[in-house]
Design a protein around this ligand. Structure first.
Ligand code: ADP
Length: 255
């Protein structure tokens, strides 16, 4: 026979709380699932574009290449550059996927000046762009050097893609915290878009950034790298004038 059990008030509150927590958890799972779905759909779309170009040129060569050797250069060039884009995209996707499983962080005390100079050297090996470093104060910080280099590379690469002038890198302390900033005098980012540039796959304007642009994964990756090394990224930009991105370390110099 059914017996009505009346719970003490405290247990009722606890049950209610548990129910609320459960609902929140389900909501969060749903949001994560939707985000994941969106991510996969965006990634597939981005991969499809270069693949379509590669397929088109490959089939053109297959059909007409033998009789029209003049098609060769243009087709191979297009196939090659699209293949490079696909490689870049998959590298970024792999890094992001790796982060979703948590990154290992390898903390060391390093000289910021040496690390920045090393990053610029490897950046310059790939691109002939002038980069000036201004060191307000030589200092050491505790960080993961590999991740910081990756992060700097993304910022330098954006400065390269979206400006034509000299790129500046400053190393300084602000409010007793170590800060690195990458400054360009390029096309800048409109104010209303600035909060979105850290969203995966967001690009300010695909037409404006054209072929030079990336996939909208650089800054999201930069933010995750910064989180991993316990640093913060601040972006300020004026459309038509340029962009400054700062990396704020949690602490000041280590001695
Ligand atoms: P991407 O790989 O496409 O450059 P990011 O995630 O690094 O993607 O940046 C997102 C968007 O923000 C870019 O597509 C570009 O429109 C804009 N952006 C990023 N950095 C700069 C910069 N230094 N100057 C102007 N626009 C920038």
């Amino acid at each position: 026979q059914y017996k009505h059990i009346s719970l003490p008030k405290q247990s009722k509150d606890e049950l209610y709380q548990m129910g609320e927590t459960f609902n929140d958890m389900m909501e969060q799972l749903k949001i994560n699932y939707e985000k994941q779905e969106q991510f996969v759909s965006n990634a597939s779309h981005e991969l499809k574009t270069p693949l379509t170009v590669i397929e088109g040129y490959a089939s053109l060569l297959k059909r007409r290449g033998r009789d029209h050797p003049e098609l060769f250069d243009e087709s191979v060039e297009a196939i090659h550059s699209e293949a490079i884009r696909m490689k870049e995209l998959t590298q970024q996707l792999l890094l992001l996927a790796k982060h979703d499983e948590q990154w290992d962080v390898d903390l060391q005390i390093v000289s910021l000046t040496d690390l920045v100079e090393e990053s610029i050297r490897s950046f310059k090996a790939g691109y002939k762009r002038e980069v000036n470093v201004f060191v307000e104060q030589k200092m050491k910080v505790k960080t993961d050097p590999q991740k910081l280099k990756q992060l700097l590379y993304i910022l330098l690469d954006n400065a390269r893609k979206y400006s034509e002038d000299l790129i500046k890198v400053n190393i300084m302390t602000i409010k007793n915290r170590a800060v690195i900033e990458v400054v360009d005098r390029g096309i800048g980012i409109p104010v209303k878009e600035q909060s979105k540039v850290f969203d995966r796959f967001f690009r300010v304007d695909k037409v404006r950034t054209g072929k030079n642009g990336g996939f909208g994964l650089g800054l999201p990756l930069a933010k995750e790298l910064a989180d991993a090394i316990d640093a913060k990224i601040c972006l300020s930009s004026v459309e038509g004038e340029g962009t400054t991105v700062q990396i704020w370390f949690k602490k000041g110099p280590s001695h």
